[in-house]
Design a protein around this ligand. Structure first.
Ligand SMILES: Nc1ncnc2c1ncn2[C@@H]1O[C@H](COP(=O)(O)OP(=O)(O)OP(=O)(O)O)[C@@H](O)[C@H]1O
Ligand SMILES: [Mg+2]
Length: 323
């Protein structure tokens, strides 16, 4: 299909115009003498239809015009397990090159540090994470991992150093054990149980009818939101990546479950460089560095004490929302 469309691409406007003129010609020759008024109606209907056909053709070709993902470097550096230093060096980025969202972002995260990414909706928190994982390419500057520019690694080589716990937990139809072992299919049962214990979900799993062999339904309806999140935390414990991305849940779980998730997350973050899209006061206060974002840029950074002392945008938000 794509081939046919690319072949037609240079000529598509011409093709549609020819079809249009032909139709007008034929219809005109048949009807003009007797049904002039009706012709006007039909012609305007036809023009409307053609206009919308042209518009959708244009959208199709715009889609075809979209740049393909740039290929991985042919001579990648091998980074088996990162220490976990991450730096953004004067990064600029726009989802469209004509509309730059991030103008000049710089920060460094040292191994094991906890970075809270804070900002209102649309501030650019997810975008920052997308760039870190190379779901998009920067327009300027560089992102480095242990001093290696991330484009010098393959995407796969880069991403194996990351673990993610997102708000929308993703589980598939399979047993609990298979779900935990998703990132490490050759894991032994002992390793799976150890990871579940670390995520504080082992006890709950043992109360299920078939324990670790209980099948999770496709929509995971037989599990609560909190249990699903703990299972994805166990999954990350098992893979043991040096860098973490956590999107702190805002969804409603009961206070006890929230405390359990909080504890498991805290343990997971220990010894790993962690980026947390943070909503909880305690997470933000404990962070080694807070990146306070607005309109795609970091407008303030520092730890809680430093930023409060500064008395700027973070202090204003903190005092209005949390104090
Ligand atoms: N795929 C995309 N294409 C074009 N623009 C996008 C895309 N994703 C996000 N944006 C825009 O980039 C800006 C930053 O969005 P982003 O998703 O990073 O915000 P956020 O801080 O994660 O917000 P939220 O708290 O709502 O998740 C917004 O203006 C958004 O509309
Ligand atoms: Mg977001």
């Amino acid at each position: 299909m794509k081939l046919v469309l690319s072949f037609l691409k240079p000529h598509w406007k011409l093709c549609l115009l020819t079809v249009f003129l032909l139709l007008v010609d034929v219809v005109g020759a048949l009807i003009i003498p007797t049904f002039a008024a009706q012709l006007m109606n039909e012609a305007s209907f036809m023009i409307n239809s053609l206009q919308s056909a042209l518009a959708s053709a244009e959208r199709t070709f715009e889609f075809l015009d979209d740049e393909e993902e740039i290929p991985d470097t042919a001579t990648p550096v091998n980074l088996d397990r990162a220490e976990g230093t991450i730096a953004f060096e004067h990064v600029s980025f726009g989802y469209s090159p004509v509309k730059i969202l991030m103008k000049d972002i710089s920060f460094t995260a040292k191994p094991g540090q906890k970075i809270a990414v804070v900002g209102s909706t649309g501030a650019g928190k997810t975008t920052l994470i997308n760039l870190l994982m190379r779901f998009y390419e920067v327009n300027g500057g560089a992102i480095t991992i242990d001093g290696i520019t991330s484009t010098d690694l393959t995407r796969k080589g880069l991403r194996k150093n990351f673990g993610m716990v997102l708000q929308d937990t993703w589980l598939f139809g399979g047993t609990i054990a298979e779900n935990i072992a998703y990132g490490k299919p050759d894991a032994t049962r002992e390793e799976i149980i150890k990871a579940a214990k670390m995520a504080k979900v082992d006890y709950f799993i043992r109360t299920m009818p078939q324990g670790y062999d209980t099948v999770i339904e496709n929509d995971a309806n037989n599990l609560s939101v909190g249990q699903r999140q703990l299972l994805t935390i166990a999954r990350v414990f098992l893979c043991d990546p040096p860098i973490l991305i956590l999107d702190e849940a805002t969804s409603s779980v009961d206070t006890r479950t929230e405390a359990e998730i909080g504890k498991a997350m805290k343990e997971l973050m220990s010894g790993r460089t962690s980026f947390v899209i943070a909503h909880r006061r305690s997470t933000i206060r404990d962070a080694d560095n807070i990146l306070f974002m607005e309109n795609g840029n970091i407008i303030e950074q520092g730890n809680h004490t430093e930023l409060l002392k500064k008395g700027g945008a973070y202090a204003a938000l903190y005092n209005s929302q949390f104090a």
